[in-house]
Design a protein. Structure first.
Length: 190
């Protein structure tokens, strides 16, 4: 996400008050009243005007339209490429799941000679890659890859702090330099 100076300079508000986490049923990308104008020596051109858009996790979105209708411009708003072009001005609001939060897991299953599971160890690591600010996001766990069903609950214990939580498929996290920058979590089904 953009830092405050970039957001202020471009007037495009990215997640006021910090990244807005997507939760079950909420969109992963939200655009509200997004507009883009290009400025040249002689005139200004409105490329996008008042775009409202929601894209949910797993949803397929296709942008269709004739050349020059704003498809690429909207994509440049989403990936902040317009920041590279001083002759463009974007306004409105854009919220996305936070790309500065990463999560990965490691699962080990020990089976006996008869194929029965004797023990199972699963660790999930969730980290904030931004060393300068606290980030908030929703982590979406691949439950079948963890050996769980989508409706299963997880008893999660942070191996660094000893804190414990009840997690599900969608987990809200808040990580930062003044709190905890990373969770290393052992899980078990409950």
């Amino acid at each position: 996400m953009a830092n405050a100076a970039v957001a202020q300079a471009s007037e495009l508000v990215t997640s006021p008050g910090g990244p807005r986490p997507a939760v079950d049923g909420e969109p992963a990308i939200t655009c509200r009243n997004v507009s883009v104008r290009f400025f040249t020596d002689r005139r200004s051109v409105t490329a996008l005007s008042g775009i409202d858009l929601d894209v949910h996790r797993g949803e397929l979105l296709t942008l269709l339209g004739p050349s020059g209708c704003g498809k690429s411009t909207l994509l440049r708003v989403l990936n902040r490429m317009y920041d590279l072009y001083p002759g463009q001005r974007a306004t409105g609001e854009v919220w996305m799941d936070d790309e500065n939060i990463i999560a990965f897991s490691k699962r080990r299953v020990d089976k006996g000679p008869d194929g029965e599971v004797r023990s199972e160890d699963t660790v999930i690591v969730v980290a904030n890659l931004d060393p300068h600010s606290t980030r908030e996001s929703t982590v979406h766990l691949d439950m079948p890859a963890l050996g769980l069903g989508y409706e299963d609950g997880i008893a999660a214990q942070d191996l660094l702090t000893g804190a414990s939580w009840h997690w599900g498929e969608h987990v809200y996290v808040r990580l930062g330099p003044e709190t905890e920058p990373v969770h290393i979590v052992a899980i078990r089904r409950f």
